[in-house]
Design a binder for this molecule. Structure first.
Ligand code: RFL
Ligand code: PHB
Length: 394
């Protein structure tokens, strides 16, 4: 038995990219079908990003899903960089006039799911064997298995919002797809704890024992990370061992305010820079992690995904409302220009703030000199600030 479903845009992936795109298109009266190989509870529980650019907040407002974000999110006007005990504050608001919002990806995803569900969005969860086909024709389709049934979604466009391990990018023939990658020789061990944050602002610290980041989810819940060996077993990182290492890297002044407690989420994530080109193949468009990955140091992954979606939404709305395909035709080029700038920033901040096993003493001095330059140059600090709050869409 095969069931055939018709829609305008078939969205593969119900992560933040897919959900935001579905909502923005719905607001313009454009019908979508959204499918995911996991279910809603699983997707909502993935603890990932925590810092939203103003542009991402605006996208949530445009989606009509920003009420709770404005109630519960924490606007931040700056953050700190620490280097072997010395601190430098990047005054985001003073240098750019903008703020960022601390609000978890879990919450943003929940808000979008709530709104899509209330509006009766068609979702297919726990799908298998997803195959996008006929991408070069004007009626592409996406085939998959759902609840023992074979489903075919026929559509005008396919949006590949299925993350780094999805199928969309792989549907682009290998003689057309080009990929660029850098794998970092370490990972991040992250924990959540029900304790107030050590500082009101985020602290990114480069210590001789490795990087540490003090972040948060609310006034009472902290999110902390340390650089670790990517092959470490989480089971070897007891809470005690984590707290000891984290406090050392943060330095005595900041650590004096540290409130430790049991962790309730603990995981190790690899660090990678990755870009796939082009981001369009026929009527398939890639958005978010399906096309690019940044190391998390600049807090950019989710924000970059949201920027792709805004640009794709604009292109599709312009096509459906005015029959104008111009933005569709320039989508890949427009988005990739911005993607590479954000890749550059994330790579630069990661390179400055981590201990690289292969670094010579010369490279260590270069890191220190770059930090000292940041401390003494408003222009250098402003450059970090304008990237951190988010570059313009195009
Ligand atoms: P996602 O979130 O991976 O969602 C993709 C969805 O597609 C589904 N899927 C499929 N569905 C159908 N068929 C298939 N074959 C499929 N294969 C996969 C998956 O189940 C999933 O539901 O991608 P999306 O939507 O593009 O969103 C990207 C963001 O999730 C990601 O960039 C951020 O989490 C990155 N990130 C951060 N970004 C920020 O902007 N600020 C931050 O502070 C920040 N911190 C982080 C981060 C990522 C981290 N990790 C763990 C990678 C911190 C960490 C530790
Ligand atoms: C987080 O709170 O999870 C977070 C914050 C800033 C980053 C990365 C992750 O750069």
């Amino acid at each position: 038995m095969t069931r055939t479903v018709q829609t305008s845009v078939c969205i593969i992936g119900a992560g933040p990219s897919g959900l935001l795109l579905s909502q923005l298109l719905a607001n313009a009266g454009i019908d979508t079908v959204v499918l995911d190989r996991k279910d809603r509870a699983y997707i909502e529980s993935r603890v990932r990003a925590g810092v939203l650019e103003q542009g991402t907040v605006e996208a949530m407002e445009e989606a009509g899903a920003a009420d709770r974000l404005h109630r519960e999110g924490l606007p931040h006007e700056g953050f700190k960089l620490a280097f072997d005990g010395d601190q430098h504050r990047i005054d985001l608001t003073g240098l750019t006039g903008k703020t960022v919002m601390v609000y978890g990806q879990t919450e943003m995803t929940k808000d979008l799911f709530d709104k899509r569900t209330a509006e009766g969005q068609a979702f297919y969860f726990n799908v298998d064997d997803v195959v996008p086909t006929e991408l070069k024709t004007d009626r592409p389709s996406v085939h998959f298995k759902h609840d023992g049934e074979q489903v075919v979604v026929e559509c005008d466009f396919v949006a590949g919002c299925d993350g780094f391990h999805g199928v969309s990018r792989r549907a682009i023939p290998s003689d057309i797809l080009r990929t660029f990658e850098r794998i970092y020789p370490f990972g991040w061990l992250g924990i959540l704890t029900e304790r107030p944050p050590v500082s009101h602002e985020l602290i990114y610290a480069n210590h001789e024992r490795g990087f540490a980041l003090a972040s948060m989810r609310s006034e009472t819940r902290s999110r902390y990370y340390i650089q670790c060996d990517v092959n470490d077993d989480v089971a070897d990182w007891s809470d005690d061992r984590f707290w000891q290492e984290f406090a050392r890297r943060l330095g005595p002044d900041a650590a004096a305010n540290l409130q430790t407690g049991p962790s309730f989420e603990k995981s190790i994530a690899p660090l990678r820079s990755f870009v796939a080109e082009p981001m369009r193949y026929g009527n398939l468009f890639l958005a978010g992690d399906s096309a690019h990955i940044v190391p998390p140091t600049g807090a950019k992954g989710l924000n970059l995904a949201a920027a792709d979606v805004r640009i794709l939404n604009r292109a599709l709305v312009e096509y459906y409302k005015n029959g104008n395909a111009q933005y569709i035709d320039t989508y890949s080029e427009t988005v990739l220009k911005r993607v590479w700038k954000v890749e550059r920033f994330s790579w630069q901040l990661s390179t400055l703030m981590h201990q690289f096993p292969e670094n010579s003493d010369f490279e260590k001095r270069m890191q220190r000199a770059e930090f000292d330059y940041l401390c003494s140059s408003e222009a250098a600090s402003r450059s970090i600030a304008e990237n951190y709050v988010g570059l313009p869409l195009d």
